[in-house]
Design a protein around this ligand. Structure first.
Ligand code: FAD
Length: 382
C-alpha cells in the first residue's frame, strides 16, 4: 500500500513538473508524448493497474482515477494514452491466458510495454461493442481483416486489444478480443486523424489484413468479448474518461481563478476582475459543477468497487456528468479569460479543445443517455 501511494505521489510530481510544462508543445506540434510515457513508466505509473503477482502495483479504479486526474490536469493527451493502456492491461489481467499475462504484464509493470484498444469501426461507429468485421477460418487457422477507425496510440503502442465478430458469428455481439502485437504481419497504422483536441494522442485509423488470430492470442474464452467489454473495459474507460475530464476542469478552474484575481483595471482604480459580482457568480457556478461531478465520480467508484448492483447506471452516467461539467467549467473560464484566453494564454484554449473529446468518445453522451433511460425504465439495453 505504501508503495502504491509512492507511485501515486510520483505520478502527481511528474504530472506537474514534467507533463504540464510540455503540454503546450505536445498540443501545438501534435507530437506523441513518448518522453512522458518514459518518465511515467520509470516511476511505475504504467504498472499501476498490473496485479502485484505480475510485478505491478495492483491498483484499483480508485487509484487509476487519482492518477488520471493528475495527468489530465496537466496534459490531457498523455492522460488519454495512459487510460487506453490501463484499459488494455486491465483486460489482459482479467481475461488473458497465463502465457499472455506472463508475456505482457511484467513488461508493462517495468514501463517497457504499453498497449491500447482497437475497437471502433466505421461500420458501427460509436456503437463500438458491435464490430462489423469478422474473423474467418482459412483452412489452417483463423485470420482477421478489419479496418479500425480511431485508435489512440496507433502505430505507437506495443500491443493492441482488437475486437471482431468471431468466425461464423451468430450475431453482432458474438465477439472475440485478440491481442495483436505492433509489427504483426498484416498490421498497419494509417496516418493521423487531425482531431480538434487531444492532439498528442496519435489517434489514427488502423488496418489488419489477414492477420493470424489463433487461440494463443485470444483474450478470454471463445465468444466472450462482448461480456468482457461490459465487465472490464466499460467501467475502466468510463471512470477513466470522467477522471480526465475532472482533471481538465480543475486546471481550468485554477487557471481562471488566478487570472481574475490578477487582472486589474486602471480605469477602476486598480480593481480586480474578481471584484465584479457577475464574475464571482460564474466562478461559483464553476465550483458547484466541478464539485458535483467529483462527488458523483467518487460515489461511482465506491459503488463499483463494492459490487453494488446499481453501480452500472452510475458507471454509464459518470462520464456524461463529468464531460458536461468539464465543458461548462472550461466554457465559463474562456469567457472570463477574454482575449487573454482566446489568445492561447494560460493553456485555457487547449483545455477547451481537449474538453470536447469526452462527449464524443464512445459510448457518446447521447448513446449513454439512451442506455440509462432504458435501464431506468426496465427496458433491454441491446
Ligand atoms: C480522441 C479520440 C480517441 C479515440 N480513441 C479510440 C481508441 O483508442 N480505440 C477505439 O476503439 N476508439 C477510439 N475512439 C473512437 C470513439 O470511441 C468512437 O468510436 C468514435 O469517436 C465514434 O465516432 P463516429 O464518428 O463513428 O460516431 P457515429 O457513430 O457516427 O455517431 C455520431 C453521433 O450520432 C450519435 N448517435 C449514434 N447512435 C445514437 C443513438 N442510438 N442515440 C443517440 N445518439 C446516437 C452519437 O452520439 C454521435 O454524437 C476515439 C475517438 C476520439 C475522438
Amino acid at each position: 500500500m505504501a508503495e502504491l501511494q509512492a507511485v501515486l505521489t510520483a505520478n502527481e510530481r511528474i504530472s506537474k513538473e514534467t507533463l504540464g510544462p510540455r503540454a503546450d508543445q505536445t498540443d501545438q506540434s501534435r507530437r506523441f508524448p513518448r518522453e512522458n510515457l518514459v518518465d511515467l513508466g520509470k516511476a511505475g505509473v504504467l504498472g499501476l493497474m498490473v496485479p502485484k503477482e505480475y510485478g505491478g502495483w495492483g491498483g484499483t479504479l480508485a487509484e487509476m482515477s487519482r492518477a488520471l486526474e493528475a495527468q489530465g490536469q496537466n496534459c490531457a493527451s498523455t492522460a488519454m494514452v495512459v487510460l487506453m493502456h490501463y484499459c488494455a492491461m486491465a483486460t489482459i489481467a482479467a481475461k488473458g491466458s497465463e502465457a499472455m499475462k506472463q508475456q505482457v504484464l511484467p513488461m508493462a509493470a517495468r514501463g517497457e510495454h504499453f498497449g491500447t484498444l482497437a475497437f471502433s469501426e466505421a461500420g458501427s461507429g460509436g456503437h463500438f461493442y458491435m464490430p462489423v468485421s469478422e474473423a474467418r477460418n482459412n483452412g489452417t487457422g483463423t485470420e482477421l481483416s478489419a479496418s479500425k477507425s480511431f485508435v489512440t496510440s496507433a502505430g505507437e503502442a506495443d500491443s493492441y486489444v482488437v475486437s471482431t465478430r468471431r468466425a461464423g458469428a451468430s450475431g453482432p455481439t458474438d465477439v472475440n478480443l485478440y491481442l495483436i502485437p505492433k509489427g504483426a504481419n498484416g498490421f498497419a497504422a494509417q496516418g493521423r486523424f487531425e482531431g480538434l483536441g487531444l492532439a498528442g494522442n496519435a489517434s489514427a485509423p488502423m488496418s489488419l489484413s489477414n492477420v493470424a488470430v489463433n487461440d494463443d492470442v485470444r483474450v478470454g474464452a471463445e465468444g466472450s468479448g462482448f461480456q468482457t467489454m461490459l465487465e472490464v473495459v466499460l467501467p475502466t474507460f468510463q471512470i477513466g474518461v470522467a477522471s480526465i475530464s475532472i482533471g481538465i476542469a480543475t486546471a481550468a478552474f485554477q487557471t481562471i481563478t488566478a487570472r481574475v484575481g490578477a487582472r486589474k483595471y486602471e480605469h477602476a482604480g486598480g480593481a480586480a476582475l474578481a471584484s465584479i459580482p457577475r464574475v464571482q457568480f460564474l466562478v461559483a457556478e464553476m465550483a458547484i459543477e466541478l464539485n458535483a461531478a467529483r462527488g458523483y465520480l467518487n460515489e461511482t467508484i465506491r459503488k463499483a468497487l463494492g459490487g453494488d448492483p446499481t453501480a452500472m447506471v452510475d458507471v454509464l452516467g459518470v462520464k456524461v456528468k463529468a464531460a458536461e461539467a468539464c465543458l461548462g467549467v472550461v466554457s465559463r473560464a474562456m469567457t472570463l479569460g477574454g482575449g487573454w484566453a482566446f489568445g492561447r494564454k494560460g493553456g485555457l484554449e487547449r483545455m477547451f479543445r481537449d474538453a470536447q473529446a469526452a462527449a464524443v468518445m464512445a459510448p457518446s453522451s447521447d448513446v449513454l443517455k439512451d442506455f440509462i433511460g432504458k435501464a431506468c425504465l426496465g427496458l433491454p439495453l441491446f
